[in-house]
Design a protein around this ligand. Structure first.
Ligand code: SF4
Ligand code: SF4
Length: 483
């Protein structure tokens, strides 16, 4: 939408820049190679991971990475997370956030330029576009030219391939939520749940729109990270920078040579515009750091190629820090400082949280118990003088075989009775509760203190479940109330 500031005259300056389609030109170089490598690794991982198997024994899914909503579990190779252990996911998200902050402190928006799904899929879409319609110039010519049979064929081929990639993206996503080989079969035969088709549809549409059409606009206008990143960065972070001190005053190769020969100031930038035409966001890095720059390094490749051709040293555009840009202006040697307080704090936090999570994960029990005391009434005095407290007890068996637990209550004087409703078997007056593999079982429990047994008005008690075969235990604290 265009908004005119001078409504009266109908002219004036627009508050909004008109959208110009970006036609990124192909480029060869180190950063392009790194980006291809990361793209192949990320997409390969994303598409293949649901088919990787991991043996967890009988009665457990063998998919290495699985978000099992019906079974209320998250599986990640040897890690199995239950709903009540959601703090592990929170911990992982915190680690991911600090890793992003660390990346930013070291090399700016390196996430955006190399790893962000928007960048990875857009790169793939641009590659498909270039394969079918040609490089930048051919694509511009094609878009500006009239509609011919060839143009229609090229556009149809491009959009078909884009939709196929988008469909496969959505298809791979749903495979993380069910047994992948079974779901693939069900999807192909039309027997998969409706929700699977809906999600594939949603993700196909969003991938097609975001990577095919919205591209750099997502990075520039929609994503919050550039704004957050700009607030978090500092003068020591490596960012893709144009070395103004070396490049300016810019001019054509011929005029710069002439100026140099005459002893007049002339920079190394030959004003060829290659750094701009290869940029996936259409940014001119020579204007300084900008929110639109995703730090992909492709302009470095483009400029290095130009420098090679004109016989000037590489690195007119390079990863550099604000400090170094300033130091160069004053004729000082550049310095790189990756180890500083900020990066050490981030590394410390990441290691600390990861260490704590690993420790908790390795030492967590495979049996657990939760107890809920009856509220109304909080206790009952029976006609024989005994006092009864009622509880809802939930036992968790996190192993993949059936287990029997002894339920005991500690903290009360000897002589108490533990009644588990519907459970007849007991050992030494303590109920024996059988819990199925990888299941929870909820039972009603009455704890009774007979008449004559002294008991406080409120006593802290511990419910303990003990596996009868391997002795593994789980405990929960509660209280016993008496008149
Ligand atoms: S300016 Fe350079 S680093 Fe920034 S987005 Fe464009 S090509 Fe990538
Ligand atoms: S590619 Fe290098 S030489 Fe060409 S315009 Fe960009 S900075 Fe200047």
């Amino acid at each position: 939408m265009r908004v005119e500031t001078d409504a009266g005259s109908g002219g004036g300056e627009s508050l909004y820049a008109e959208h110009k389609k970006v036609y990124p030109q192909d480029v060869q170089g180190t950063f392009r190679k790194i980006k291809w490598g990361i793209l192949i690794a990320c997409l390969g991982l994303y598409y293949i991971l649901p088919f990787v198997r991991w043996d967890r024994g009988p009665n457990a899914p063998d998919q290495a990475v699985l978000i099992d909503f019906p079974g209320r579990r998250f599986y990640f190779f040897f890690i199995e997370i239950w709903p009540q252990e959601f703090y592990f996911i929170t911990g992982l998200l915190i680690i991911a956030a600090f890793t992003l902050f660390l990346m930013n402190a070291v090399a700016g928006r390196v996430w955006c330029g190399y790893l962000c799904p928007q960048t990875v899929w857009t790169d793939l879409y641009v590659r498909i576009e270039a394969l079918i319609e040609g490089d930048r110039r051919e694509r511009i010519r094609l878009d500006q030219g009239p509609w011919t049979a060839m143009k229609v064929a090229q556009k149809v081929a491009k959009h078909t391939l884009w939709i196929l990639v988008a469909w496969w993206t959505g298809g791979a996503w749903v495979l993380y939520f069910a047994d992948a080989p079974t779901l693939v079969k069900d999807l192909a035969t039309g027997q998969a749940p409706v929700v699977a088709y809906v999600w594939i549809g949603i993700l196909t549409a969003t991938t097609y729109a975001l990577a095919g059409f919205m591209r750099e606009q997502v990075c520039i206008y929609m994503c919050p990270w550039p704004r957050i990143q700009a607030a978090l960065t500092d003068e020591w972070a490596l960012n893709v920078s144009y070395r103004v001190d070396r490049g300016e005053p810019r001019g054509s190769l011929k005029s710069n040579k002439k100026l140099k020969a005459e002893g007049l100031p002339a920079g190394d930038c030959v004003d060829c515009g290659q750094c701009v035409v290869v940029c996936p966001t259409g940014t001119d890095i020579r204007l300084g750091s900008q929110l639109s720059c995703i730090q992909c390094g492709l302009c470095i490749d483009a400029c290095n190629n130009v420098m090679d051709k004109v016989g000037s040293p590489r690195g007119l555009i390079a990863y550099d820090t604000d400090i170094n840009i300033d130091r160069r202006k004053h004729g000082k040697e550049p310095i790189i400082k990756l180890v500083r307080v900020r990066t050490l704090i981030y590394v410390g936090l990441i290691l600390g949280i990861a260490g704590f999570m690993s420790f908790t994960l390795l030492n967590r029990g495979f049996a657990d118990v939760n107890v809920l005391h009856d509220r109304n009434p909080i206790f009952v005095q029976n006609s024989d003088g005994s006092v009864r407290n009622g509880y809802t007890v939930r036992l968790l068996n996190k192993r993949t075989h059936e287990r029997t637990f002894v339920l005991s209550v500690e903290g009360l004087p000897t002589g108490i009775k533990i009644e588990a409703v519907g459970i007849a078997e007991a050992v030494g007056g303590k109920p024996l509760v059988v819990v199925g593999p990888d299941q929870t079982r909820e039972i009603r429990v009455n704890v009774i203190v007979p008449k004559g047994v002294p008991v406080e008005k409120s006593t802290n008690v511990t419910f303990r479940i003990t596996d009868t075969s391997i002795g593994e235990m789980g405990t929960a604290k509660d209280f016993f109330k008496a008149p």
